[in-house]
Design a protein around this ligand. Structure first.
Ligand code: FE
Length: 334
C-alpha cells in the first residue's frame, strides 16, 4: 500500500472563471451563439454565463478589459467549515487578499493570489440555477433545457495557466488548496518541471500550471469547456469554420488526459478548448503519471502536431511578437 497522508477534501470543484476581453460584444457572440452558452445577467462591464448542465447560476464571467486574459478563478468548497479551513491555510502562506460579499451568484468569498499572481477566490454559498419557464428542461435532473444552439457545451471543465515556477504553484495548489496531482511533465532527468495537472475530485484536471516560455506572470493558456462526445467536437469544427472562428489545433487526441479536443480563439483573443473523453480518476491512491522527454513526444497522441502558436501565444499576449523569443519546442501547455 502506498503511504499517503490524510488528503484534504475541502475543495468541491472549479466554480467560476472570469475571462477578460477587449471585444465584449464579439466575445459574447462566440460564447452564446457559437458555443451555445446562456447569458443570465449583466452588471457593469460584465456578462455572466452558464452551460446548460451547470448547477450554479453562473460559471463564466465575461468582463470588458483593455487586454484579453483571465480575471479571476473561483473554487467552491464542500461546506462552510471547509471554506474556513482553506482560508486559514491560504492566510498562512501570505497570499491572501481578503473577504468580499461575493459576486452575482455567489455568497461571501475570500480573494487570494496563487504564487504566480493569478487572482483566485474561494467560496461556499452559491445561487442554484432556477431556469425561467422558457428554458426549463422536461428532464427533472437537468438544470436547464438543452439549448440546441451552436456547439452546445455542457459545462466548464478546466483551465491551463502559464507561470514562471510550476513547482511553486503546484505545491500551493496541492498543499494549501488540497488539489490532487494527476499528471506531470518533467524534463532533464526530473529536474525541470514543465507542467502539472491537478483536480479536486474525479475529473482528470481542473487546473494545469505550465511554464511560461516568455517568462511572464499571471497569464492564461486556455479555458476549456466540456462536450459529451467526440462527434460533437468534429461538429464544433464545422461550426467554427462556418462562422469564421479561427481553429488553432485539432481535432486531435492528447496523450496526457487521453482527451479529444479542438482549440479556437474567441474574438477577444483567449484560447478556448472544446474537450471530451478525458478519463476519470476514482482511486484515492492514484499514482501521479510523470512524462519525460521520450515518453512525452509532441504531446499529441494522434492527430496533427500542435502549431508554434500553441507554445508561444497566451493571454495577455506578450509585448514581443510571437517567435522573437526562443521557444523551447518540447514545452506543450495543453
Ligand atoms: Fe486543456
Amino acid at each position: 500500500m502506498p503511504d499517503i497522508a490524510e488528503p484534504i477534501q475541502d475543495i468541491a470543484h472549479l466554480g467560476q472563471v472570469e475571462l477578460l476581453t477587449p471585444k465584449p460584444a464579439e466575445s459574447l457572440w462566440y460564447f452564446v451563439d457559437i458555443l451555445g452558452m446562456e447569458a443570465v445577467h449583466s452588471e457593469g462591464q460584465s456578462v455572466y454565463l452558464r452551460g446548460y448542465g451547470d448547477y450554479a447560476t453562473t460559471t463564466l464571467k465575461l468582463t470588458e478589459a483593455p487586454d484579453a486574459g483571465v480575471g479571476h478563478i473561483a473554487w467552491r468548497t464542500v461546506s462552510g467549515p471547509a471554506l474556513a479551513r482553506r482560508v486559514a491555510a491560504i492566510e498562512r502562506t501570505g497570499l491572501g487578499i481578503g473577504w468580499s460579499n461575493g459576486d452575482f451568484g455567489h455568497g461571501a468569498c475570500y480573494r487570494f493570489r496563487d504564487p504566480d499572481g493569478h487572482e483566485m477566490e474561494i467560496y461556499y454559498d452559491e445561487q442554484r440555477y432556477e431556469a425561467p419557464e422558457s428554458l426549463r428542461s422536461t428532464l427533472k435532473n437537468l438544470p436547464m433545457k438543452f439549448p440546441s444552439r451552436g456547439v452546445g457545451v455542457r459545462r466548464t471543465d478546466h483551465l491551463a495557466l502559464l507561470c514562471r515556477d510550476v513547482g511553486a504553484n503546484r505545491r500551493f495548489a496541492t498543499e494549501t488548496l488540497g488539489l490532487k496531482l494527476r499528471e506531470q511533465v518533467v524534463y532533464e532527468n526530473g529536474t525541470k518541471e514543465i507542467g502539472s495537472w491537478m483536480s479536486s475530485g474525479p475529473v482528470h484536471h481542473e487546473v494545469a500550471y505550465v511554464l511560461d516560455v516568455k517568462g511572464m506572470s499571471g497569464r492564461l493558456h486556455h479555458f476549456s469547456l466540456w462536450i459529451d462526445n467526440r462527434e460533437d467536437v468534429l461538429r464544433a469544427a464545422d461550426i467554427f469554420m462556418e462562422n469564421g472562428v479561427f481553429i488553432e489545433a485539432g481535432p486531435s487526441k492528447h496523450n496526457n488526459s487521453q482527451a479529444f479536443y479542438i482549440y479556437s480563439y474567441e474574438p477577444g483573443g483567449n484560447r478556448i478548448e472544446i474537450y471530451t473523453s478525458g478519463f476519470l480518476i476514482l482511486t484515492p491512491d492514484f499514482e501521479t503519471v510523470v512524462w519525460d522527454e521520450s515518453a512525452r513526444g509532441t504531446g499529441v497522441y494522434w492527430g496533427a502536431a500542435l502549431p508554434d502558436s500553441f507554445l508561444d501565444y497566451a493571454t495577455p499576449a506578450a509585448e514581443a511578437a510571437p517567435g522573437d523569443v526562443p521557444v523551447d519546442p518540447v514545452i506543450d501547455p495543453r
